[in-house]
Design a protein around this ligand. Structure first.
Ligand code: ZN
Ligand code: ZN
Length: 226
C-alpha cells in the first residue's frame, strides 16, 4: 500500500472557487506527501486567458521545490459544448499542459452534450463524467482521454459506474481530488477507500494509480517541450 507520492491532476485555488492561494495549495500538497499536483481552476470564455497566465506564473516559481512537480492547467467549466474544442485549443496555446473538462456529473445540471464534446477535443481528463455511456467511454479510450474517479462528495456518487463502464471500454481511469479546501487533499485512507468503494479490486486499484503515474510522465514531457 502506497503511503506517499500522490499525484492529483484536479485542484482549485482562489483563482476560481477554491479557498487557498495557489502557493498555499501547493505548499500543503507538498506537506501531504504529493509528488505532483495540477492546478486546474474553473475557466470559461470570461477568464481563460487571465487564469492560465496567473497559474503559469505560480507554477514556474514553484515547480520542483521540495521535489514536488506543479503542472499548469485549467478545468473548462459550463462551457457551451460547441465551444469546448476551441477553448481547449486556446488553453494549450497559452501554455496549459493539463486540460480538464467539468463533465456531466449527476450532482449538477451540466449542459447535456458536454461529455461528448469534451471527448472530441484535445483534452487530458474528462472530470467526473457522471453516467457516461459505454460508446463515449470507447471514444475516451480511442482518443487517449482519461476518465476521472473523484474523491469529491457529490461527484463521487457515480464513481462505481465510471469505473465499470470505463474499464469495460478500455479507457484509462485516473484518481483526482477536485480539491477546493485544504482538507480535500489525498490521504492514504481517501485513496484506497475511494478506489475500493468504486468497486475496484486490488489489481485494478494499482492500475489506476499506475495510470496517474503514466499521465504525470506524459504531462511532464509536454511541459519540457513547451
Ligand atoms: Zn468539475
Ligand atoms: Zn473541479
Amino acid at each position: 500500500v502506497k503511503k506517499t507520492g500522490w499525484i492529483d491532476f484536479h485542484t482549485h485555488s482562489l483563482l476560481s472557487d477554491g479557498l487557498l492561494l495557489p502557493s498555499e495549495l501547493i505548499s500543503r500538497a507538498r506537506t501531504a506527501g504529493y509528488s505532483c499536483i495540477g492546478l486546474t481552476d474553473h475557466v470559461d470564455a470570461s477568464n481563460l486567458d487571465s487564469v492560465v497566465r496567473a497559474i503559469i506564473r505560480v507554477c514556474q516559481s514553484q515547480d520542483g521545490v521540495g521535489g514536488l512537480r506543479v503542472l499548469p492547467g485549467v478545468e473548462l467549466t459550463y462551457v457551451p459544448p460547441k465551444q469546448i474544442k476551441a477553448l481547449a485549443m486556446r488553453a494549450r496555446e497559452l501554455g496549459a499542459v493539463l486540460v480538464l473538462v467539468h463533465g456531466e456529473t449527476t450532482a449538477e445540471p451540466v449542459p447535456p452534450g458536454t461529455n461528448a464534446a469534451a471527448l472530441a477535443a484535445e483534452i487530458d481528463i474528462l472530470a467526473h463524467p457522471g453516467l457516461i455511456t459505454s460508446s463515449l467511454a470507447k471514444i475516451a479510450a480511442r482518443n487517449g482521454i482519461a476518465l476521472e474517479i473523484t474523491t469529491r462528495g457529490g461527484h463521487n456518487l457515480s464513481n462505481g459506474h465510471v469505473a465499470r463502464i470505463g474499464q469495460a471500454a478500455g479507457a484509462r481511469l485516473v484518481l483526482d481530488t477536485d480539491t477546493h479546501t485544504p482538507e480535500n487533499l489525498l490521504t492514504p485512507h481517501r485513496v484506497y477507500s475511494t478506489l475500493q468503494g468504486a468497486g475496484l479490486t486490488p489489481p485494478q486499484v494499482r492500475r489506476v494509480l499506475a495510470n496517474n503515474e503514466w499521465l504525470k510522465r506524459r504531462l511532464l514531457k509536454r511541459l519540457r517541450s513547451a
